[in-house]
Write a protein that binds this ligand. Structure first.
Ligand code: SF4
Length: 340
């Protein structure tokens, strides 16, 4: 066991040496605080790094401190999140900022953090470790893959939690007191540049001497099972007179308070012969939606729909796909308008 501990310590040291020059210059790393760590970890829960970066900049410009975020209006939070999807994250982040701002001291126990909405075991460990409040290695997907390869983990795993449970003892061997967050981030960067999922670049890997799979370009661990996806069609209408556009804003559900084009029942479409302006696809959770947008000229509006002035569209929270589709249709209409 002592030999193994020594080997992992040397691997962690080599990893940190490599990372000194190879660390990605991510904005939440440049002046790290607990607050910037919380914001970035929530954004990264279901979003790729490259996509999260501009949202992080925008968020921090508008809400530079925990107390500013805690005091923000829910509509501001949703507007800053608009386009990132999975809006429950934004609501949970807002709630967490309010809770943290009201506490006399910041809790340092993962179990306490896991009681906050939107904070699971990974997020709790990542926030506390990256903010320097706990000595544990956060293991994201990259970290899990690297560890599985380091020790040539056998077997298939039902889900991410099962994989993490089996690899956690190995991650603990990589701990360097006071540097655990850095080791976690170095693993993330190694996994995104060298220990890639399909074609690991073992020839330039800094931890190659300690890796049981070095030079065997085989995908490991076996991919986690993919959940089957359902398909659904949603019908929507475009009602716009050039000055205002009609939108709907659900008061409950996943997209509550986020504007989208109004949804109509398919039976209503069959009764009228409206032309299709645009069809778009998006995936939410395990459902793939095909959304069909019909020209709603002369369509009766509903009480729960709202007319929004076109210049106001940028200042209200609209879901990402709908913002894109609205922009596309508006551009098309302006090209077709008689002025042009
Ligand atoms: S030696 Fe290869 S498989 Fe092992 S950690 Fe490095 S890149 Fe990944």
């Amino acid at each position: 066991m002592e030999e193994k501990r020594q080997a992992f310590f040397l691997a962690a040291t080599a990893l940190l040496d490599w990372w000194k020059d190879a660390a990605r210059p991510l904005p939440w790393r440049t002046s790290r605080t607990l607050y910037s760590t919380v914001v970035s970890e929530f954004m990264l829960q279901q979003t790729r790094v490259a996509m999260a970066i501009p949202y992080f900049h925008r968020w921090m410009e508008r809400l530079p401190t925990l107390s500013a975020a805690a005091a923000a209006e829910p509509s501001t939070i949703l507007l800053l999140w608009s386009g990132l999807g999975y809006y429950a994250r934004a609501r949970n982040l807002h709630h967490l900022c309010q809770v943290l701002a009201s506490l006399p001291t910041i809790p340092v126990e993962p179990a306490v953090w896991q009681r906050f909405p939107g904070v699971g075991p990974y997020t709790a460990t990542a926030i506390l470790s990256l903010a320097g409040l706990m000595d544990a290695i956060p293991l994201d997907g990259n970290g899990l893959r690297i560890l599985a390869r380091l020790v040539a983990a056998q077997g298939s795993f039902a889900n991410r939690s099962a994989l993490e449970r089996s690899l956690r003892p190995m991650a603990d061997l990589l701990r360097i007191p006071g540097r655990c967050g850095a080791v976690g981030e170095a693993l993330m960067d190694l996994g995104s540049s060298i220990c890639l999922p399909a074609k690991p670049r073992c020839e330039i890997c800094p931890i190659r001497p300690w890796c049981q799979l070095a030079g065997r370009p085989k995908e490991m661990p076996a991919p986690l099972p993919i959940r089957p996806r359902r398909r659904e069609i949603i019908h929507r209408v475009w009602i716009c007179d050039g000055a205002v556009l009609w939108l709907q804003r659900p008061m409950s559900g996943r997209l509550r308070h986020v504007f989208e084009l109004p949804e109509i029942p398919s039976t209503a479409i069959n009764r009228r012969s409206n032309s299709v302006l645009l069809q778009g696809m998006r995936t939410i959770g395990s459902v793939i939606y095909r959304e069909i947008i019909y020209d709603g000229q002369n369509w009766p509006t509903m009480d729960q729909w709202q007319a929004v002035a076109i210049p106001e569209l940028n200042s209200i929270p609209i879901s990402g796909p709908h913002r894109r589709w609205i922009r596309t249709i508006l551009e098309r209409e302006s090209e077709l308008s008689p002025k042009n």
